[in-house]
Design a protein around this ligand. Structure first.
Ligand SMILES: NC(=O)C1=CN([C@@H]2O[C@H](COP(=O)(O)OP(=O)(O)OC[C@H]3O[C@@H](n4cnc5c(N)ncnc54)[C@H](OP(=O)(O)O)[C@@H]3O)[C@@H](O)[C@H]2O)C=CC1
Ligand SMILES: O=C(O)CCC(=O)C(=O)O
Ligand SMILES: [Mg+2]
Length: 740
């Protein structure tokens, strides 16, 4: 019999799990459902990957690899919480913490010089960045705000900052020399093996990557971002932000695009702090400073220098900030700028948050200001530009009346850019990069490159594309909603995809459906007009737009993407249920540690669990699981209508209290259903007890707030301390124990 697999992750969701999972385990046990956990936290993944450095009792299995295999089986039923996609600074912090805890995992070798170091770095590079989702996502993505969530937002609209036509906020993106401009793409007629090679101006050939297995019908594309074009673009933008008196901010996806985007981030650092890097470049080289890791890491590393030198550098950094355009801040109280850590500002969440806030970001005084949002590559920047222009013209959206934009995203099997990191290279020297068919020796794609350019190749397989088209049609049919494929006939890769849509769409029954293909810019405008009028439109997009759109629209419509239903129907028949569409909210952990108040909203998890239980019921012919699922959905509606989401303020209901209410309503729904007498009897008793004990439980939960929390670690907290912190109500724990 299959099981429900629950993932243990990082930061706020991992804290929340310690409170919610015991409830899930207790409730599902009544239907004989086995819930097992798998550790895919950053710390867990590091430990699992370096067994030879550890004592026998410290070693753990590589749960991510286990889940990756499971995702390719029909029995998979995985509930996936958000996890950290670690930047280098985060990875190093986690390594440091583990070593302090007595796990002698190796240090991250920035510049490996031996074979062993190269091997260690390669292993860490697999753990770095977005290393989990691409492994589990063996299916395409279906993300939407369910009806009750939309209805709740209509009745209880979140705050939306007004937009003025005079706003100076704008998107700046490259007009030449970027990935979009240089993209070339082909569809392969048969299975073959490709190689990527670089031939420099002296005619020397080096293999960048060989043995790339490709299948018939697979689309490959390759492109290059010119370093020189990027630098001149960035210089112009720094000057222009200063001239216009707007904040300077850069929005990248350094986590998922883990090879290209940290390099681009580094160039932004070097341009913004050009005086500093020119003056101290040599010193920085000696002490191993890489601009790619951000200002915070730079400031830490210069602590090693003699005081006088350190102070001089710090002074010059301050001077650059004072003389340059003001930087947008991540945390103005703590002086953390947009350039401190490459993973602090992540485009999918950061751009919508800015749009929700009247197009403004924080300056160093904590005041909101108009902003230049620098998104160097123009492939997808246009959707934000179009949205900003729309808001300037029509004002902010109104959550009470706006429609909804569900997404069907092409994602399976490391599709498109998000699967490109093993084929992305910072080019050393001048010459050409070629993609070669190793059987026919034919050069399939070729680019002229210069030193420092970033070249990459992406792939998307044919079966995932077919599955994506079917999923789009089935969602359009199920909801009778128009669907737009966001594909640009002026982009090489999209042209290949359009051919497939034109080939496979006629195989589907589309009678009565409204399905169009529009470029992302046109699709944005068409969708926004409908959205404003209260009409719904399905966006059918590639992988990057899937990511961007499933934060953009939810954040505008319901305030956060945490409330999204996010299903991945796995291509082999299993189910992967992601909890919400957002991340792991590091800011929430900070508040919890300081004030004992956790504001993480688990709505996405409630929605995911209900679908997972229903799926379990079908797979295992277990009708009780279905009863649990229906009752959970009913409980989620009660939860919403009674406003039981965690508040942002200490002393008010937090995540733990919100979980108590969910349990209360879930028990109530089970007690009042009539489909299953055994569950009814069990939960009549449990509901009664929870109800009677409500004041005591709430008091115990409230008493746990208002003080600093000590959980014995950030990346690998202590299990017992966590349990104590996240389950502080004895009265609640006692009732749950009766079920277990
Ligand atoms: N599926 C996954 O595994 C994903 C992982 N990530 C990873 O998460 C980390 C943080 O990424 P970041 O870009 O900061 O994005 P997050 O989505 O974690 O955070 C952005 C903001 O969204 C709000 N938010 C997000 N989730 C919730 C929730 N459940 N309840 C309430 N509010 C929520 C919070 O706003 P406020 O602070 O105002 O309360 C939060 O600060 C990174 O390591 C990133 O790579 C990111 C996206 C998806
Ligand atoms: O895997 C990641 O790094 C982030 C994923 C993400 O943002 C998403 O799927 O929406
Ligand atoms: Mg995202």
């Amino acid at each position: 019999m299959s099981k429900i697999v629950y993932t243990l992750t990082d930061e706020a969701p991992a804290l929340a799990t310690r409170s919610f999972l015991p409830i899930v385990e207790a409730f599902t046990k009544t239907a004989n459902i086995e819930v097992v956990t798998k550790d895919i936290s950053l710390a867990g993944r590091i430990i699992a990957n370096f067994p030879e450095f550890l004592k026998e009792e410290q070693r753990i299995t590589d749960d991510l690899a286990v889940l990756g295999e499971m995702a390719k089986t029909p029995d998979a039923n995985i509930i996936k919480l958000p996890n950290i996609s670690a930047s280098i600074p985060q990875l190093k912090e986690a390594i440091e913490e583990l070593r302090e805890k007595g796990y002698p995992v190796p240090l991250y070798p920035d510049e490996p010089s031996t074979e062993q170091e190269r091997n260690i770095k390669a292993r860490y590079d697999k753990i770095k960045g977005s290393a989990v989702n691409p492994v589990l996502r063996e299916g395409n993505s279906d993300r939407r705000a369910p009806k009750p969530i939309k209805n709740y937002a209509k009745k209880n609209p979140h705050k939306m900052g007004p937009w003025s036509p005079d706003s100076k906020t704008h998107v700046a993106t490259m007009s030449a020399g970027d990935f979009k401009a240089n993209e070339k793409s082909i569809t392969l007629p048969e299975d073959t093996v490709l190689a990527i090679e670089f031939i420099n101006d002296q005619g020397q050939r080096s293999l960048l990557k060989g043995d790339i297995l490709v299948k018939s019908g697979e689309i490959i594309d390759a492109s290059v971002l010119s370093k020189n074009a990027l630098l001149s673009f960035l210089k112009d933008q720094v000057a222009d932000a200063k001239k216009k008196g707007v904040l300077f901010s850069v929005h990248l996806k350094a986590t998922m695009m883990k090879v290209s985007d940290p390099i681009i981030f580094g160039h932004v650092m070097e341009v913004y702090f050009s005086n500093v890097f020119t003056k101290y470049g040599e010193t920085f080289g000696k002490i191993g400073i890489s601009a790619n890791n951000g200002l915070e890491s730079l400031l830490e590393k210069i602590q090693k220098l003699p005081e006088e030198e350190r102070k001089a550098i710090e002074g010059d950094i301050m001077q650059s900030i004072e003389e340059g355009p003001q930087l947008a801040m991540v945390n103005s109280d703590k002086g953390i700028t947009n350039l401190h850590v490459p993973s602090d500002v992540i485009i999918d969440a950061s751009m919508p948050a800015m749009i929700r806030t009247s197009g403004k970001m924080y300056d160093h005084n904590g005041a909101l200001q108009d902003t230049k949002a620098v998104i160097p590559d123009s492939s997808y920047a246009g959707i934000y530009r179009a949205t900003i222009e729309f808001c300037k013209k029509h004002g902010a959206f109104d959550p009470r009346t706006m429609g909804t934009v569900p997404n069907v995203g092409l994602m399976a099997q490391k599709a498109e850019e998000y699967g490109s990191h093993d084929k992305t290279f910072e080019i050393k020297g001048q010459g050409v990069v070629r993609v070669v068919d190793t059987y026919t020796k034919k050069v399939l794609i070729e680019h002229q490159v210069e030193d420092g350019d970033i070249w990459r190749m992406c792939q998307v397989k044919d079966l995932p594309v077919q599955d994506w088209i079917s999923l789009a049609v089935s969602r359009a049919r199920a909801t009778q909603t128009p669907a737009i494929f966001w594909l640009d006939k002026d982009r090489a890769h999209d042209r290949e995809l359009i051919k497939k849509v034109e080939q496979y769409l006629p195989r589907e029954d589309t009678t009565g459906l409204d399905i169009q293909i529009l470029s992302p810019d046109e699709a944005t405008r068409a969708t926004l007009i409908r959205l404003k009028e209260g009409k719904d439109t399905i966006s059918v997009s590639g992988n990057v737009l899937r990511d961007y759109l499933t934060d953009l629209f939810p954040i505008l419509e319901v305030g956060t993407s945490a409330k999204m239903l996010s299903i991945v129907p796995l291509m082999k028949g299993g189910g992967l249920f992601e909890t919400g569409a957002g991340g792991s909210a590091p800011k929430h952990v900070e508040q919890f540690l300081e004030e004992g108040h956790l504001r993480w909203d688990s709505l996405g998890e409630f929605l995911a669990l209900a679908v997972s239980l229903d799926f379990y019921s079908q797979k295992n012919s277990n009708p009780e699981a279905h009863v649990l699922a229906e009752a959970l959905d009913a409980a989620t509606e009660d939860f919403l209508s009674n406003n039981r989401s965690p508040s942002r303020k200490v002393g008010e209901l937090d995540t733990r209290g919100s979980h108590f209410y969910l349990a209360l309503y879930w028990a109530q729904a089970l007690a009042s259903q009539t489909e299953n007498a055994k569950l009814k009897a069990t939960f009549e008793n449990i509901f009664q007890q929870l109800k009677e004990n409500t004041p005591a439980i709430l008091k115990e939960l409230e008493d746990a707030q208002g003080k600093q929390q000590h959980i014995g670690g950030y990346y690998k907290p202590d299990a017992a301390l966590l349990e104590e912190a996240m389950r502080p109500s004895d009265s609640f724990n006692k009732v749950l124990k009766e079920l277990r």
